[in-house]
Design a protein around this ligand. Structure first.
Ligand code: ADP
Length: 292
């Protein structure tokens, strides 16, 4: 049983020939909405990989809120503790130009109201095999969640995104830190992944730094670091590759698989997801991951 304490956003994506400058209006050619947010993405990745998954967080009282809840439920995620709060849902306002460059404004909306846990949240976390955390909710709730998990002996997996300085009480309650290369560099000031991993191990017992097409680097205290190559594939859309990787990794670890197997499985899942368009819709099912 995996519990995700995290964000749900509606992505509002406009496609235009070029990105508008300040004060400028450009005419776009396409528009799509898609459920996203790191928390919801990791929840869907984990449920497709075969785990029982519950999501703690908040959506707004607007139509996006019901759509976000419905999309999690139809994926099979338990949303009993996903609150609906008065006001707008979290949204990500994305503009993409013909070269694939983008600008993104994320408005936390309902996510920003999750400042602390409710009593039911603590009870649910206590039953989990792993708690997945990211930084798209207020830091106070993330810290409280990690500390609750620690108190109940539940493994915590933290995605430090968006990158902000991490308070020691959060690092102290983190079992596995999964930054991408940029986040690892931002956290440590060290660009080289091996150096960054070494620095991170002073603060957490175990880390996996994801390196895009180059794979991932696993490091744990008292063990030799291991580079896990990514399968070579034709990537068409790497949105949420990291969330797929982390959600699936957590499932494998919760099933008690050795770390190397878990990493290979997560790499297969992420490689499948980058070959398809979109975030959640691109995430593979357990059978597909096993087949690869
Ligand atoms: P994020 O999406 O958070 O920026 P990464 O870009 O590091 O994270 O990607 C996460 C994982 O997804 C990688 O460790 C790798 O396993 C997989 N992945 C990402 N891009 C590719 C790619 N082009 N080919 C194969 N696997 C990929």
């Amino acid at each position: 049983h995996i519990v995700v304490l995290g964000s749900a956003n509606m992505d509002l994506v406009a496609y235009a020939g070029r990105l508008p400058g300040p004060g400028e209006t450009v005419t776009g050619r396409d528009f799509r909405t898609a459920p996203g947010g790191k928390g919801a993405n990791q929840a869907v990745a984990a449920v497709r990989a075969g785990a029982e998954v519950s999501m703690i967080g908040a959506v707004g009282s607007d139509p996006y809120g019901s759509a976000l809840r419905a999309s999690l439920e139809s994926a099979g995620v338990d949303t009993d503790l996903l609150r609906t709060v008065e006001g707008p849902s979290g949204t990500a306002h994305v503009t993409v130009d013909d070269e694939g460059r983008n600008t993104i404004v994320v408005v936390p909306g309902a996510n920003g109201t999750v400042e602390s846990l409710l009593p039911g949240d603590d009870t649910l976390i206590a039953t989990a095999d792993a708690l997945l955390l990211q930084l798209e909710l207020p830091l106070s709730a993330v810290v409280e969640g990690a500390q609750a998990a620690r108190r109940h002996g539940v493994r915590t997996v933290l995605t430090p995104a968006p990158a902000v300085p991490l308070p020691p009480e959060l690092l102290g309650a983190t079992d596995l830190l999964v930054p991408n290369q940029h986040e690892a560099a931002a956290l440590t000031g060290i660009a080289d992944p091996h150096g960054a991993a070494e620095a991170l191990l002073r603060q957490v017992p175990q880390t996996v730094i994801t390196l895009g097409a180059a794979g991932s680097l696993h490091a744990a205290r008292g063990a030799e670091p291991v580079m896990v190559p990514a399968p070579e594939v034709d990537a068409v859309d790497t949105t949420a590759a990291g969330d797929t990787f982390t959600g699936v990794l957590a499932v494998a670890l919760a099933e008690g698989r050795p770390v190397r197997d878990a990493l290979a499985w997560a790499s297969s899942a992420a490689a499948l997801s980058v070959q398809r368009l979109g975030a959640a819709p691109a995430m593979p099912y357990r059978k597909e991951i096993d087949a690869l």
